[in-house]
Design a binder for this molecule. Sequence first.
Ligand SMILES: O=C(O)C(=O)C[C@]1(C(=O)O)C=C[C@H](O)C=C1
Length: 367
Amino acid sequence: MTQGSTKSTDEALAPLRKRIDELDRQIVELLNARAKVVVEVGHVKRGGAAAPIYAPEREKAVLEQIRQYNTGPLPDACLEAIWRELMSGSFALERPLRVGYLGPAGSFSHLAARRKFGSSVEYDNVDDIPAVFEEILRGHIDYGLVPIENSAIGGIGETLDAFLNAEVQVCAEVLINIHHNLLSNAQPDQITRIYSKPEAIAQCRKWLSVQLQQAEKVPVASTSKAAELAATEPNAAAIASSLAGELYDVKVQFANIEDNPQNTTRFFVIARQASKPTGDDKTSVMFTTEHAAGALVNVLDVFRDFGLNMTHIDKRPSKRVNWEYYFFVDLVGHIEEEKVRHAIEEARKHCLQLTVLGSFPRAKEVL
Ligand SMILES: O=C(O)C(=O)C[C@]1(C(=O)O)C=C[C@H](O)C=C1
């Protein structure tokens, strides 16, 4: 490029950048005007009948409105990411929130928590999934992220079991695309051991059956724990997120090694309080029935009779009596809707026990 053309580019850019500077000034002014209103929202919420700081139903309405206002050229996903971060800042202005997840840092639960709650909340990593539930009940954290099901391997038993022992509420759901990476600071042909969470090993089964067959697969409590081990042990590798690779300083040797590129995990956000209706919600229930012919069908018939669509069903052994099960069902609708409330009352008549785990806005996007 000649000096003349550089100069003319600079000359052409200068007024455009000046306009951007002026717009940035106005955006900052507007963002702070918004933030001042958020501070007032915080006063209202902390006074009187202390309302929850995180309002999933309002979050959904705000994001939908942003999509409606958007006439481009910015894509909706870009604006949504900006507004999520803005709302994260709102939490800090109203009352700092503590969000717990299965650690150590860099786990997919951490990733889900960061995508949902942004960078202005405090994060706490806990040792196992039941501990996320306990920390909610003890009031040490305000919200917890727990994996509920994966598109390839189904329900996460540890989370389902934790619902049997802890009375927490499901207040939101989060869908995350799970991309696994083989992390190691050793050359691939030197790797003798691969650490990961059993679910992650299962999600990369095909890749592992062809690649690195010589390496021993060692299950550990989380993918981030695996990354931590791979960082310190020679000839070790981990299957984990790229975030874990960054945090523990372990190189990505192979990216996206999951068998299914659409590999998605659904997380629940658990809390001490429920979420308000949005008009597009789900309700999660857990029940156990008598050990008799047709007992489960009787419950499901009620949901069908009330025209309630079921989006998820799972089962776990009760661990009290052999072959006795707890069923987990997600229904479309909110418990405050007459139809849903009525159906659940009817279904309860066919159950030994039925617990409503919570109603929450239906997640539309994979974050
Ligand atoms: O409207 C509220 O309840 C807020 O707390 C404000 C706000 C926002 O920034 O728009 C913040 C966080 C979300 O939970 C929902 C909305």
